[in-house]
Design a protein around this ligand. Structure first.
Ligand SMILES: [Zn+2]
Length: 229
């Protein structure tokens, strides 16, 4: 299958979607990656320098998955601009993916929200979209979990490539978010999961069969079961 992941900023795919993408890549899917904005707001360097540095960091961070497309839209200013929609649309219809992964419309950052809306508007009923968890899970109800324990170290390395962003804080973030979601599936400490949501809409009433298997079910009341509880 062809999978397209689109993040708003240069480190978003690594933080929010990297585990699932690594598993899809291992499964043999063709992974396409895109970063919508130029990331010029995220640091102390000059805007020009920062754009250059962050592109390099992203290219290295995503190297195990593929080579990213950069749409070069203005960081912090995604919005009601026909060009933003057009550039995203051209990319989507050039790739013609089977599934798109992007941010959720209730995420914390306006670029994340707007990108999410742009993508769902562009694809209409032609391509199913799954939405990554919001920052710290606020306003987010998942309906798909994926165990990423086996690829968590690679995810950490990918996040650490974003040196201009003081990435240690994001390592703490993904440890909290991904272990919390894993504990929701009653996996023991030391396991990690990402979670996503997809909206059921015609003709994509259920797309779970396109996706890798969810985490093992661990009923906590079974004797000798090793789980969080
Ligand atoms: Zn972002």
């Amino acid at each position: 299958m062809k999978i397209l992941a689109i993040g708003a900023h240069p480190d978003d795919i690594e933080i929010f979607m990297f585990g699932l993408l690594s598993i899809l890549k291992l499964r043999g899917d063709k992974i396409f990656l895109a970063v919508a904005t130029d990331g010029c707001q995220g640091g102390n360097l000059s805007k020009k320098e920062l754009i250059k540095v962050r592109k390099k960091e992203t290219t290295v961070g995503l190297s195990t998955l593929g080579k990213p497309y950069f749409l070069n839209l203005p960081d912090g200013q995604l919005g009601d601009n026909l060009n933003h929609k057009l550039k995203s649309k051209n990319l989507v219809y050039k790739i013609e993916p089977d599934i798109i992964i992007t941010h959720h419309k209730k995420d914390y950052h306006s670029d994340h929200k707007i990108l999410s809306n742009i993508i769902s508007e562009i694809v209409g009923h032609y391509i199913p979209v799954i939405y990554a968890e919001t920052m710290m899970g606020i306003n987010f109800i998942p309906n798909y979990y994926i165990d990423i324990s086996d690829v968590f170290e690679i995810k950490k390395k990918a996040v650490m490539c974003h040196l201009s962003q003081k990435p240690d804080r994001f390592i703490n973030l993904i440890k909290i978010m991904n272990s919390y979601r894993s504990a929701q599936c009653n996996a023991p400490i030391g396991n990690y999961a990402e979670c996503y949501s997809f909206e059921r809409s015609f003709p994509f009433s259920d797309i779970t069969k396109f996706l890798p298997s969810p985490p093992k079910i661990r009923p906590f009341y079974i004797k000798n079961q090793i789980g969080f509880l």
